[in-house]
Design a binder for this molecule. Structure first.
Ligand SMILES: [Mg+2]
Length: 282
Protein backbone atom coordinates (compact mmCIF):
# COMPACT_ATOMS: atom_id res chain seq x y z
CA UNK A 1 0.00 0.00 0.00
CA UNK A 2 1.27 3.46 -0.93
CA UNK A 3 1.25 6.47 1.38
CA UNK A 4 -2.18 8.08 1.81
CA UNK A 5 -2.74 11.65 2.86
CA UNK A 6 -5.96 12.56 4.63
CA UNK A 7 -6.49 16.34 4.65
CA UNK A 8 -9.30 17.28 6.97
CA UNK A 9 -11.05 20.39 8.15
CA UNK A 10 -11.42 20.53 11.95
CA UNK A 11 -14.51 22.38 13.22
CA UNK A 12 -17.67 20.34 12.68
CA UNK A 13 -15.71 17.89 10.49
CA UNK A 14 -13.49 16.14 13.06
CA UNK A 15 -14.44 18.25 16.06
CA UNK A 16 -18.03 17.46 17.08
CA UNK A 17 -18.95 21.08 17.84
CA UNK A 18 -22.21 21.18 15.90
CA UNK A 19 -25.76 20.36 16.95
CA UNK A 20 -25.72 16.73 15.72
CA UNK A 21 -24.61 13.86 17.91
CA UNK A 22 -21.28 12.09 17.58
CA UNK A 23 -20.91 8.30 17.61
CA UNK A 24 -18.90 7.06 20.56
CA UNK A 25 -16.44 5.22 18.32
CA UNK A 26 -15.92 8.06 15.84
CA UNK A 27 -12.71 9.60 17.19
CA UNK A 28 -11.19 6.35 18.51
CA UNK A 29 -11.54 4.86 14.99
CA UNK A 30 -10.11 7.99 13.41
CA UNK A 31 -7.13 7.71 15.76
CA UNK A 32 -6.72 4.06 14.81
CA UNK A 33 -6.77 5.07 11.14
CA UNK A 34 -4.12 7.73 11.73
CA UNK A 35 -1.86 5.13 13.37
CA UNK A 36 -1.68 3.14 10.12
CA UNK A 37 1.96 3.25 9.00
CA UNK A 38 0.96 4.45 5.51
CA UNK A 39 -1.60 7.07 6.53
CA UNK A 40 -0.50 10.66 6.99
CA UNK A 41 -2.71 13.36 8.34
CA UNK A 42 -3.07 17.07 7.58
CA UNK A 43 -5.47 19.39 9.39
CA UNK A 44 -6.77 22.24 7.27
CA UNK A 45 -8.38 24.93 9.36
CA UNK A 46 -9.16 28.56 9.92
CA UNK A 47 -7.70 28.12 13.40
CA UNK A 48 -4.32 29.53 14.35
CA UNK A 49 -1.66 27.32 15.90
CA UNK A 50 -2.75 27.94 19.49
CA UNK A 51 -6.36 27.05 18.73
CA UNK A 52 -5.33 23.93 16.79
CA UNK A 53 -3.21 22.78 19.73
CA UNK A 54 -6.12 23.45 22.05
CA UNK A 55 -8.40 21.32 19.85
CA UNK A 56 -5.89 18.46 19.86
CA UNK A 57 -5.98 18.44 23.65
CA UNK A 58 -9.65 19.20 24.24
CA UNK A 59 -10.90 16.61 21.75
CA UNK A 60 -8.08 14.03 21.89
CA UNK A 61 -7.53 14.25 18.15
CA UNK A 62 -4.59 12.36 16.64
CA UNK A 63 -1.46 14.49 16.27
CA UNK A 64 -1.18 15.33 12.56
CA UNK A 65 1.88 15.35 10.29
CA UNK A 66 0.92 18.73 8.82
CA UNK A 67 -1.25 21.69 9.73
CA UNK A 68 -2.53 24.19 7.19
CA UNK A 69 -3.75 26.90 9.53
CA UNK A 70 -4.84 30.52 9.76
CA UNK A 71 -7.21 30.21 6.79
CA UNK A 72 -4.48 28.81 4.56
CA UNK A 73 -1.81 31.39 5.38
CA UNK A 74 0.43 28.99 7.31
CA UNK A 75 1.70 25.49 6.55
CA UNK A 76 3.41 23.64 9.41
CA UNK A 77 5.20 20.32 9.44
CA UNK A 78 5.15 18.61 12.82
CA UNK A 79 8.34 16.79 13.77
CA UNK A 80 8.90 15.35 17.24
CA UNK A 81 6.58 17.88 18.80
CA UNK A 82 8.07 20.87 16.95
CA UNK A 83 5.95 22.94 14.57
CA UNK A 84 8.05 23.94 11.57
CA UNK A 85 6.66 26.74 9.40
CA UNK A 86 7.20 25.98 5.72
CA UNK A 87 9.10 28.91 4.21
CA UNK A 88 8.32 27.78 0.64
CA UNK A 89 4.59 28.22 1.26
CA UNK A 90 5.20 31.66 2.77
CA UNK A 91 7.16 32.62 -0.32
CA UNK A 92 4.45 31.22 -2.60
CA UNK A 93 1.62 33.24 -1.05
CA UNK A 94 3.83 36.25 -0.27
CA UNK A 95 4.33 36.82 -4.00
CA UNK A 96 0.67 37.93 -4.17
CA UNK A 97 1.32 40.85 -1.85
CA UNK A 98 3.96 42.53 -3.97
CA UNK A 99 6.65 42.35 -1.29
CA UNK A 100 4.43 43.81 1.43
CA UNK A 101 3.58 42.22 4.77
CA UNK A 102 0.69 42.49 7.23
CA UNK A 103 1.80 45.71 9.00
CA UNK A 104 2.60 47.52 5.77
CA UNK A 105 -0.77 46.62 4.29
CA UNK A 106 -2.49 47.90 7.41
CA UNK A 107 -0.61 51.21 7.08
CA UNK A 108 -1.81 51.60 3.50
CA UNK A 109 -5.39 51.01 4.57
CA UNK A 110 -5.11 53.21 7.67
CA UNK A 111 -3.65 56.04 5.57
CA UNK A 112 -6.92 56.17 3.62
CA UNK A 113 -8.91 56.42 6.86
CA UNK A 114 -11.21 53.52 6.08
CA UNK A 115 -14.08 53.69 8.57
CA UNK A 116 -15.85 51.04 10.67
CA UNK A 117 -12.83 48.72 10.91
CA UNK A 118 -10.23 48.18 13.62
CA UNK A 119 -7.42 45.66 14.04
CA UNK A 120 -7.93 42.28 15.71
CA UNK A 121 -5.38 41.38 18.44
CA UNK A 122 -1.79 40.43 17.45
CA UNK A 123 -2.35 36.66 17.83
CA UNK A 124 -4.90 36.84 15.01
CA UNK A 125 -2.37 38.47 12.65
CA UNK A 126 0.59 36.96 10.86
CA UNK A 127 2.98 37.93 8.09
CA UNK A 128 0.35 37.23 5.44
CA UNK A 129 -2.90 37.60 7.36
CA UNK A 130 -4.36 41.00 8.15
CA UNK A 131 -7.47 40.74 10.27
CA UNK A 132 -9.93 43.44 11.29
CA UNK A 133 -13.07 43.67 13.33
CA UNK A 134 -15.91 45.58 11.68
CA UNK A 135 -19.25 46.91 12.79
CA UNK A 136 -21.64 43.98 12.44
CA UNK A 137 -24.01 45.91 10.16
CA UNK A 138 -21.34 47.61 8.07
CA UNK A 139 -22.16 48.00 4.39
CA UNK A 140 -20.04 45.03 3.48
CA UNK A 141 -19.73 45.32 -0.30
CA UNK A 142 -18.78 49.00 -0.06
CA UNK A 143 -16.16 48.33 2.60
CA UNK A 144 -14.63 45.51 0.59
CA UNK A 145 -14.63 47.61 -2.56
CA UNK A 146 -12.95 50.47 -0.73
CA UNK A 147 -10.16 48.24 0.55
CA UNK A 148 -9.78 46.44 -2.78
CA UNK A 149 -9.24 49.78 -4.50
CA UNK A 150 -6.39 50.61 -2.10
CA UNK A 151 -4.83 47.18 -2.55
CA UNK A 152 -5.12 47.19 -6.33
CA UNK A 153 -3.41 50.59 -6.47
CA UNK A 154 -0.48 48.90 -4.70
CA UNK A 155 -0.53 45.81 -6.90
CA UNK A 156 -1.54 43.61 -4.00
CA UNK A 157 -3.53 40.51 -5.04
CA UNK A 158 -5.71 39.75 -2.04
CA UNK A 159 -8.70 37.73 -1.08
CA UNK A 160 -11.07 39.44 1.39
CA UNK A 161 -13.25 37.25 3.55
CA UNK A 162 -15.95 38.75 5.73
CA UNK A 163 -17.84 36.76 8.32
CA UNK A 164 -19.99 37.45 11.34
CA UNK A 165 -19.06 36.48 14.88
CA UNK A 166 -22.61 36.05 16.13
CA UNK A 167 -21.60 35.44 19.74
CA UNK A 168 -19.70 38.76 19.95
CA UNK A 169 -21.90 40.56 17.43
CA UNK A 170 -18.85 41.68 15.45
CA UNK A 171 -17.90 41.51 11.81
CA UNK A 172 -14.60 39.80 10.99
CA UNK A 173 -12.64 40.76 7.92
CA UNK A 174 -9.58 38.81 6.80
CA UNK A 175 -7.28 40.20 4.13
CA UNK A 176 -5.30 37.27 2.71
CA UNK A 177 -2.99 36.66 -0.24
CA UNK A 178 -5.12 35.67 -3.26
CA UNK A 179 -3.62 32.18 -3.34
CA UNK A 180 -3.84 31.50 0.41
CA UNK A 181 -6.80 29.16 0.49
CA UNK A 182 -7.42 25.59 1.56
CA UNK A 183 -7.37 24.10 -1.93
CA UNK A 184 -4.17 25.78 -3.09
CA UNK A 185 -2.40 24.89 0.17
CA UNK A 186 -3.44 21.22 -0.14
CA UNK A 187 -2.29 21.07 -3.76
CA UNK A 188 1.02 22.64 -2.74
CA UNK A 189 1.47 20.13 0.08
CA UNK A 190 0.71 17.13 -2.15
CA UNK A 191 3.24 18.43 -4.63
CA UNK A 192 5.92 18.94 -2.01
CA UNK A 193 5.36 15.56 -0.42
CA UNK A 194 5.15 13.77 -3.77
CA UNK A 195 1.70 12.36 -2.97
CA UNK A 196 -0.34 11.75 -6.15
CA UNK A 197 -3.92 13.07 -6.12
CA UNK A 198 -5.41 9.57 -6.16
CA UNK A 199 -3.65 8.90 -2.83
CA UNK A 200 -5.18 11.97 -1.17
CA UNK A 201 -8.59 12.74 0.30
CA UNK A 202 -10.06 15.98 1.60
CA UNK A 203 -12.81 16.02 4.23
CA UNK A 204 -14.99 19.00 5.11
CA UNK A 205 -18.42 20.24 6.11
CA UNK A 206 -19.09 23.84 5.15
CA UNK A 207 -19.05 26.70 2.65
CA UNK A 208 -15.38 27.41 3.09
CA UNK A 209 -14.58 23.81 2.17
CA UNK A 210 -16.48 23.93 -1.12
CA UNK A 211 -13.46 24.81 -3.27
CA UNK A 212 -11.58 21.76 -2.06
CA UNK A 213 -14.70 19.54 -1.99
CA UNK A 214 -15.47 20.28 -5.64
CA UNK A 215 -11.93 20.52 -7.00
CA UNK A 216 -11.87 16.99 -8.35
CA UNK A 217 -9.77 15.77 -5.42
CA UNK A 218 -11.30 12.73 -3.74
CA UNK A 219 -13.44 14.28 -1.05
CA UNK A 220 -15.67 13.41 1.86
CA UNK A 221 -18.61 15.48 3.01
CA UNK A 222 -19.58 14.54 6.55
CA UNK A 223 -23.25 13.77 7.18
CA UNK A 224 -23.76 16.69 9.54
CA UNK A 225 -23.00 19.16 6.71
CA UNK A 226 -25.79 21.63 5.91
CA UNK A 227 -28.15 20.56 3.11
CA UNK A 228 -27.28 23.55 0.93
CA UNK A 229 -23.55 22.74 1.10
CA UNK A 230 -24.32 19.18 -0.01
CA UNK A 231 -26.55 20.44 -2.84
CA UNK A 232 -23.95 22.92 -4.04
CA UNK A 233 -21.10 20.42 -3.93
CA UNK A 234 -23.06 17.79 -5.85
CA UNK A 235 -24.25 20.35 -8.43
CA UNK A 236 -20.72 21.65 -9.05
CA UNK A 237 -19.30 18.16 -9.49
CA UNK A 238 -22.22 16.98 -11.65
CA UNK A 239 -21.50 19.82 -14.02
CA UNK A 240 -17.90 18.63 -14.31
CA UNK A 241 -19.03 14.98 -14.49
CA UNK A 242 -16.93 14.22 -11.44
CA UNK A 243 -19.66 13.13 -9.01
CA UNK A 244 -17.69 10.00 -8.20
CA UNK A 245 -14.95 12.10 -6.56
CA UNK A 246 -17.24 13.11 -3.70
CA UNK A 247 -18.44 10.72 -1.03
CA UNK A 248 -21.31 11.99 1.10
CA UNK A 249 -21.24 10.12 4.40
CA UNK A 250 -24.53 8.37 5.19
CA UNK A 251 -23.96 6.53 8.43
CA UNK A 252 -23.76 3.22 6.61
CA UNK A 253 -21.28 1.53 8.97
CA UNK A 254 -22.55 -0.19 12.08
CA UNK A 255 -22.25 1.97 15.22
CA UNK A 256 -21.08 4.99 13.17
CA UNK A 257 -23.70 7.62 12.35
CA UNK A 258 -21.79 9.46 9.61
CA UNK A 259 -21.42 12.71 11.56
CA UNK A 260 -17.98 14.31 12.11
CA UNK A 261 -15.09 11.81 12.43
CA UNK A 262 -17.47 8.89 11.82
CA UNK A 263 -18.17 10.30 8.37
CA UNK A 264 -14.48 10.76 7.69
CA UNK A 265 -13.74 7.14 8.64
CA UNK A 266 -16.67 5.96 6.50
CA UNK A 267 -15.38 7.97 3.53
CA UNK A 268 -11.81 6.73 3.95
CA UNK A 269 -13.07 3.14 3.85
CA UNK A 270 -15.09 3.96 0.74
CA UNK A 271 -12.05 5.28 -1.12
CA UNK A 272 -9.56 2.83 0.41
CA UNK A 273 -11.40 -0.40 1.35
CA UNK A 274 -8.02 -2.02 2.05
CA UNK A 275 -7.97 -0.02 5.32
CA UNK A 276 -10.82 -2.12 6.73
CA UNK A 277 -8.59 -4.93 8.01
CA UNK A 278 -6.46 -2.40 9.88
CA UNK A 279 -9.46 -0.70 11.46
CA UNK A 280 -11.01 -3.97 12.52
CA UNK A 281 -7.70 -5.19 13.92
CA UNK A 282 -7.56 -2.28 16.40
MG1 LIG B 1 -15.73 23.14 9.35
Amino acid sequence: MKTLLLCSDLDRTLIPNGSQTESELARPLLTRLALHPKVRLAYVSGRDRILVEQALTDYQLPVPDFVIGDVGTTLYRLRDGAWLLDPAWQEHIGADWNGLEQGELDELIAAKEVEHIWLQPPEKQNTFKLSYFTDPDVERSRLIEEICTILEANKVAANLIWSLDEAENLGLLDVLPASANKLEAITFLLDQEGVPQQQAVFAGDSDNDLDALTSGLQAILVKNAAADVRREAIAALTEKQQQSRLYCAQGSLSSLNGNYAAGVVEGMLYFFPELLDWIEGG
